[in-house]
Ligand binder design. Sequence first.
Ligand code: F6P
Length: 738
Amino acid sequence: MYRTMRFLLVLSVAMAGLSAASYFVLNRLTRSWFEKDLRLRTDLAVSSARRSLTEAIRVEPSKLAFVLDDITHDERIMGAAACGLSGQTLAHTNAFPSEFSCTAVVARIRREGAEGNDYWSMVSAMPLGDVHLGAARLVDGEESLGWILLVHDLSSWSRRENTTGGILIGALFILALAAAVVTIFAARFSKRDWLVDLQRALAGDEPGEFQPLVRDVRALADRLASERETEVRAGPWNAERLRSALRHHLHGERIVVLANREPYIHQRLGSEITVQHPASGLVTALEPIMRACSGVWVAHGSGSADRETVDVKNHVRVPPGEESYVLRRVWLSEEEEDGYYYGFSNEGLWPLCHLAHARPIFGARDWEQYVSVNERFAEAVSEEVDSDDPIVLVQDYHFALAPRMIRKRLPRATILTFWHVPWPNAERIGICPWREELISGMLGSSILGFHTQQHCNNFIDSVDAFMESRIDRETRAVVQGSRRTLVRPYPISIEWPVRWVETQASVAECRMSVRRDLGLPADTLLGVGVDRLDYTKGVEERLAAVDELLTRHEGFRGRFVFVQLAAPSRTKIDRYRELNERVESLTTSINRKWGHEGYQPIVLLRSHHEPSSVFRYYRAADVCYVSSLHDGMNLVAKEFVAARDDEQGVLVLSQFTGAARELTEALIVNPYDLQQASEALAVALNMPAAEQRERMRSMRRLLAEFNVYRWAGRMLVDAAELRRRERMVGRLSAFRVT
Ligand code: F6P
C-alpha cells in the first residue's frame, strides 16, 4: 500500500510539472496565433476604411472622428486614433485610452526602429485587463499619411486563456491519474498471474515457459535449505562431525587416500628409529581427516627405517601411539623415484603448474617412469579397498594418471582427486608433450577439486582445448561417454583447533624462549618465514624485502631480526641445490651489510623442523611473511593465524597465494615489489595491538569455520550425492528394455 501511495505521489508531482510546462508552451503558442489574428483584423479594418480615412485627412479632417467611430463598431475594438507621421493626434474616438497618445506611440515606434514598417503592435496591461495596441500605416499611393491606432480588448481572450489552462491542467492530471491506476492494476494482475504460474510450476503442476527457471530455483532452494538445516543442526565442522557425515552419507565406508608423501616417516639415526612429520601442506591437511575417518593412506615409503617398521602387507598403523588408521607403503627403486618423483613430477609438472619463471623439463624416460609408478600405486589402491565401489581420495600432481587407472580396476569407485598446486591456463598446459594423457587420467575421477574457481576454469579451458568431451557448464562437469567428472573448487584448510597449539607454552614463554635460544635481546622485533626451500616460495624476494626494510627504515636496524625456517627439499634437483646456495649467499651478504657485533638481521635455520617447533616460532613472532611467487593455497599462512590464540602478530601475505583470497585481513603484498613488501613489514611492526587483535580475530573466526573438516566434508558429501545418482542410473539402466 505504502509503495502504491509513493508511486502515485511521485507520478502526481511529475504530472503536475508536465502540465505546467504544457500549459506554458500552449499559452505562448495560442497568444502568438491570437496576435497574428489581431494584426489581420487591424489591417483589414484599416484597409477597408482606407479611402474614407484618406479623404477625411486630406479633404475634411472634421470627418475623421466619424470614420474612426465606424471602425470601432466591431465590439472587440475599444478605440481608434489617427496620428500624423510626426506624432500629432489627428483624431480619436471617445473611448480611445488616453495612455496611448499619438506622441508617445509614434516616439516608441521610432525608438524601436519600426518607423519604416507597415505595422507595429504591443500588448499592455490596463487596470481593467490586457489590451492590444496595433498601429497600421495609412498609405495613399506612394505617400505615407500617418498611423491608424486600434486598441483591442484582450480581457475576453485572457479569460479564455485561463479557462483553457485550467481545463488543460485538469485533463492532464486526470489522464495521469488514470494512467497510474491502470499501470498499477496491470502490474498487479500480471504479477499475480506470473506468481500464480510460478507457484504452479514450482509445485510441479505445469510445465511450460517457467520450467528451466523453476528447475534452477528449486535446486537452489533445496540446496540452501538443506545446507542451512545441516549447518544449524550439525554445528561447526570438526572431527566428530566429519565422522558422522561419513557415517550418514557414505555409510561409514573406508576411505583410501593415495598421496606420494607419507604422513609419518621412520628415519634411522644410528641405533635409534625416529618418526618425522614431513614439511608438507598436503600432510598437514589430510592427516587430521584420516585420524577422524580412519582407513588407509597409500604412500611412497621414503624413510630410511620405513621398511623395518611395516608388516608383511607393508602396513604400519599410525599415528604412533594412537594407531587410528593404516599407512600402506609402496617401495620405489631409485630409478623409479628419479623418473617419477624428481623427474616428471618435480622437474616437469611442478614448474609447469607454478608461474615462477622456471622452465619445465619433460624427459621421455621420466614420463615412462611416471606412467609405470602411477600404475603401481593404482594397483596398491585396488589391493587396499574392501568393496567394489570404494571411496578413493587421490592427491596431487604426482598422480594425474592414477584416477583413470583406478577406474579401470574399480569401475564403480568414487574417486575424488584433489590438485594441491595451481592449474595454469590452457596455453601453458599445452607445452606438455603428454597433456592429453594427463587430462584424460584426471578425468577418470568422479570429482576433481582445485583450490580456486580460477584453477577450475583453467582446467575446463584445457579440456576444451585438448580433449574430445562435452563440457556441461551448468553442472560444472566434463562428460565423456556415460561418465561425468565434476570440477569444483574446494579451498583446502587446516584442522581447527590445531593440535600442535594445545601443547605449546604460552605466547609470552614462546617469545622469551625463542629469543633466548637465538641469543637475541628480549625486546627484539621478530619476523618469521617457514617453508620448504623451493623457488616458488619467494624466499630470495623475502630476504631482499628485509634488506629493503633496513635500508628505508633506519629505526629497525639492530632491532629487527628475521628467522627463516627452511626445510631442505628435492635437493637431488640442480635447481633446488642452486636455490640453497643463493639463499645462503644472500643471507650472508645482508648480514654483512647490516650486521655488527651481536646483531645479524637474518637467521637462516636450514633443517627440518617438527611442527611443535614451527608453532613455537609462530607464537614468538611479531610478523610472519609468506612471500610465495605462486601457491595453490599455502597453509603456513593459515597455521600462523591458528597459532596466535593471543590474537596478536601480523601476517604479511603474497597476493599470489590461494590463501590471500580468504585471509583478507592480512597485509597483502606483491612479493616482487620490494618497496611495497618492505613497507608492509614496517606497517606490521608498528601496528597497534588493537588493530592486530581485530585483524587476527577476524581471520581466526574464518579459519574456525572454514577448516579442513569442512573441506573434506563438503567433498565427501558431494561424492555421496554423485554416488547416489550413479547408483540410481545404474539401477534404471538394468531395467532398460533392449
Ligand atoms: O603444494 C603441494 C605439495 O604436495 C605440498 O603438499 C607439499 O608442500 C609439496 O607439494 C610436496 O612436497 P614434497 O615433494 O616434499 O612431498
